[in-house]
Structures are given as C-alpha cells and as structure tokens.
Design a protein around this ligand. Sequence first.
Ligand code: PLP
Length: 431
Amino acid sequence: MNTEELLARRKKHAAHSNLHYYEKPFHPVKAQGTRIWDADGKEYLDAIGGIVSISVGHNHPKVKAALKARFDEDGIQHPSVLYLSEPHVRLCEDLAAVSPEGLEHVMVTNSGSEANEYAVMAARAATGERTMLALKLGYHGGTQLTLNLCGHSTWKFKGQPFGEVAHAIQPDCYRCPFGKEKTSCGLECAKEVENTIQTVTHGKIAGIIVEPIQGVGGFVEPPVEYHAEVYRIVKKYGGMYISDEVQTGIGRTGESFFAITQSGITPDMITMAKSLGNGAPVGAVVMSEECSSALVGKTHFNTFGGDPYQALQAAMTLEIMAEENLMENIKVQGTFLKEGLLALQEKYSLIGDVRGRGLLVGMELVTDRETKAHATAETARMMEETRKRGLLIGKGGLFGNVIRLAPPYTITRSDCEEILRILDESFQALG
Ligand SMILES: Cc1ncc(COP(=O)(O)O)c(C=O)c1O
C-alpha cells in the first residue's frame, strides 16, 4: 500500500490522538541493524531507534533465530504467569543479575507506563502513604496515574486529574530555574524537593519517581550529586525512591547498566522498558524485598506481562549485549558522537547546549544564546532536513526544541561520522 493511501486510511479509523512525526509521515517497511528502508526503498540511518527502543539492532539474527525456533517447536504462546514459563523466569533471573545488590525481585510488564504504575502501587503499599513526588518536565507514561506523574502540559488532556502527586521544580542546569551556575549552585534543585515535601504534603510521602536524565523533557541532565541528595531527603520523609530508567536503563548511558548507580545510590525500585525488548513491548520493575513483599496477600494480575515471546526477546537482548561487549561500544561511540556535537556547537550558534551520556545525547536549539529563546521551528526543520538526507533523529523538550539521538548500541564509528556529517549539512541548509 502506498504511503498516501495508508495515511488516508489511518486518518479514517485510527484514534485522533495518534500523532505522527514529520510533515509527510514516515512509512518504514524494512529494517536491519542500524538501517531502515521506507516504502519507496530509500535507506535511512536510524539514530533514534524507534523511540529510544532499538538496542541490539533491528532484526538481530540471534533474536530472529530464537523466535523462529520457538514458533517451529509450537512453544506455548500464552501461559500467563499463573503457569510456569521458562522465558519469564530466565528474564527475572537475568535482570536481578544486572541490577544493584538488594534489588532482586522482578515484575515483568508490557510497557514502561505499567512498570511505573506497579512501582507506585508498591511504594504506596509499603509506606501506607499516598502522596508521590515527581519532577516538573518529567515523563512517566500515558496511563492515568503516570500522566499524573508527568510534568508536561503537552501530554496531559482536559479533565486529567492531579491524583495525589506533588511536583518539584526540575533540575535543569542549562536553564537553572534558580538562576545559579552549575559549579556553584549549592544544589538548590534538591533543596526544592525537601521544600515541596514540607509545604505540600503532611510531612510523609509514599515516594518519589525520578528519571536520572529526563528523556521526553529534552535529555535534561541534573548534576550527578543531585540524585544522592534527593535520595537522602526522600528517606528522611519515609518514602521510596523509584528510578524511572525507561530511557536511561539497559546500559543506554554507557557507564553502568542503570544510570542511577552512577550517582552512588541504590534506589528501592528501578523501572524499565524501551531498550529492554529491542522493540518488543516489554517492561519491568526490579525491586527490593520490602517493596515486593508489600503487595503480597492481594492479587495483581496482568494477562500479558511476562509473555514468553516478549520475555525471550528481552533475555536475548541482555545476552547479546554481553556477547558483543556492547556496553563498551556505547561508551566509545557515545563519546565520539558527543565530541562531534560539541564541535558542531562551535560552528552553529543555533546549538545552545549539548548534553547526555553514552548513546543518549542531545542538543538544545535556541535562536539566541543570550536569551535562550526556544528554536522550535528550526528543530522541526532539522527533522525534515535530516530525513531528506537519510537520517532519522528524534526531538523532545517542553517546547520541542531539543534534538535527541539514541541510536542502537551496535552503531559503528562510520555510522557516527555519517550522523555528524548529515547534521552538519542540515544545519548549513537551515542557513
Ligand atoms: C522515562 C519514561 N518513563 C515511562 C515511559 C512510558 O513508557 P511506555 O510508553 O512504554 O508506556 C516513557 C516513554 O517514553 C519514558 O520515556
């Protein structure tokens, strides 16, 4: 079916809230490794991986072979976790093995939103408190509760309740809401968390949910000490610390499997999805004994959570990462990419800030470096210009002015050079 016809049919019957990137929607039909082909046969380098989800590469041969073998053996397609299932148990074991010590119980879900729903439920059950803290600019999913946690008007609908969530001001070093400089800020943003608890709550909380780097918010990266200080405060008021690693987890930031450990703390729960399944719809919560046991005695059931095909793809992702030493590649290529972006920043005044870690790097575009006016229209044009040249990138930020790059972990040096060359040509085309 050609792209125009498909779009017309989608408009007729798909939900109105389904949005699409680009003026003329992109219609990918085939993918392999870091490459995607559209319906006209044009090849693209995928530097956003679906939406930060392709980790070991599109259609990895080992994943394909494992899935085919399971079908050929007529492996059970839907046992649910009410029955025993080997891929489910294997994934729980494998995730416990890569998680910080003390986080050894795993709830497998179908998405990041569900993982966050479960984690908040566990925090509330464990503490007997209802109030959750979250950060402005954070994104935690598209379900009712997780939308309550979000700090973005873009994603909220009319009539969306607030749902016993208090939001603290975001730790944004490029646009410090407290007017401070990163090197001498005194972590005002962390103090703000304590102030929120003291002023908005009754003095006790169920917990906090925080992304180590705010993904949808535009790869907003707090000082690394921020999380440790927030952890200390949250514990002082009796809450659970949930690290939402739907974007930053599964090695995406290079230095560690979960980004939060780079801040030297072990949270009570870590949630994940996206890169975990390399495109398969699977998420998870890894949690402490205290959080896991808080939900015992009641029935929690999720029909498809732990599905053998999705769990297998997630377990294969972890296996391939280890076999191909992809954590090292994330670090090496991520460093190269970020250096390249910093070099582009020297050349183009439109690039106000370059940030991120590993293969989660971005650029905030501004029309004026002094006023930091959001370059929203220019970012949309960059999306079009890069697409024309065969490169897929993402965008984010409250004002849609942050270019986001999150390519597959298998990306090579020459792929990175291609990304940088196309970005350079596209910035030039913007004039
Ligand atoms: C940090 C974060 N948490 C949670 C979610 C929700 O995940 P899902 O879309 O799989 O429900 C997202 C999705 O973008 C996310 O970026």
